[in-house]
Write a protein that binds this ligand. Structure first.
Ligand code: SAM
Length: 296
């Protein structure tokens, strides 16, 4: 299967009179060299289930099919791209499945268990350990909520290779003590190794966005922190007022902020950006103990 045999993406967009809708974060990658590089960054996907959000005209979709994704499930909100994507079903010998809808509302586990997919994927996704990689040039406006959704996802979710605005990518991989370090870094790194792989200049997209983008690869930790909801609560409060000492910042969470910090073995005068992953895990654990005691 060679994507060079297909009509060009630019030609397809023109032939169907399609243009980018900025409200849906549409900035297309029409250069197969770049989409092939993204597919390669996703590792060996031959014969493995892959989910792509927002295929648009299908540049990354072509590269993922060429790289052997099977099945490749694409979820696209904008129905205008159906005539460009549907011919890829036959080209891929049925490996492509197109879902029209909002990725924020889609239940990936249900999709993967669908009887329309290969039987082995369905049974593996329902609990025997196989999982789908997520590979996407994400729409900017929903990239962060989608990432948080997938961080919380169950056993269906495998590694993720995702394009974000560069600044968001830097926030995902940030370490304590840096300006970029915040809630997103703590949540992502509680579940995954996070690596910024490469940046893509704005001029590589059609139309070009205002700023560059970057690919981040996220692979599950051997000991992922389980309580992401609690971690979201404590990091939301801590970084909500990041310049304040934690004993003040956490008052939005509880009037007993100092007790909570002491229970987590954190100096009450510290600021959020000084607290590492282990510190935030202790804080979330202490918050869970506190809220369960308060419930009685
Ligand atoms: N993958 C294509 C590429 O690389 O050229 C397009 C990427 S473009 C940055 C983002 C795509 O996500 C668009 O096709 C857009 O219509 C789609 N999209 C936006 N919001 C979405 C949502 N909530 N659910 C699914 N797709 C969405």
């Amino acid at each position: 299967m060679n994507a060079d045999d297909l009509p060009t993406l630019r030609g397809e967009l023109e032939a169907h009179g399609l243009w980018a809708n900025k409200g849906l974060g549409q900035h297309f990658l029409l250069d197969l060299n770049i989409t092939r590089r993204i597919a390669k960054t996703a590792g060996d996907i031959v014969g493995k289930p892959v989910i792509e959000i927002g295929p648009g005209p299908g540049g990354l979709t072509r590269a993922l099919l060429e790289a052997g994704a099977d099945p490749l499930i694409v979820i696209e909100k904008d129905p205008r791209f159906a005539p460009l994507l549907e011919p890829l079903i036959e080209w891929s010998e049925g490996k492509l499945q197109i879902v029209q809808g909002d990725a924020l509302n889609v239940e990936e586990a249900t999709l993967l268990a669908s009887p329309t997919l290969a039987g082995e994927v369905a049974s593996e996704a329902s609990g025997r350990g196989a999982c789908a990689s997520v590979v996407s040039n994400l729409p900017y406006n929903v990239g962060t909520p989608l990432l948080v959704k997938w961080l919380k996802a169950g056993a269906w979710r495998g590694d993720m290779t995702l394009m974000f605005q560069k600044e968001v990518a830097q926030r995902i991989v940030a370490k304590p003590g840096s300006d970029a370090y915040g809630r997103l870094a703590v949540l992502a790194q509680a579940r995954c190794h996070c690596r910024l792989e490469f940046t893509v200049p704005a001029r590589a997209f059609t139309p070009p966005p205002k700023i560059a983008s970057a690919i981040v690869r996220l692979t599950d930790l051997a000991d992922p922190y389980p309580h992401l909801d609690a971690l979201e609560r404590v990091t939301g409060a801590a970084f909500g007022q990041r310049r304040k000492m934690l004993r003040a910042a956490l008052r939005s969470l509880t009037p007993d902020a100092e007790d909570l910090l002491r229970a987590a073995d954190i100096t009450p005068t510290a600021r959020a950006e000084e607290i590492d992953q282990a510190g935030f895990r202790r804080l979330a654990d202490a918050w869970i103990v506190k809220t369960s005691k308060d419930a009685f």
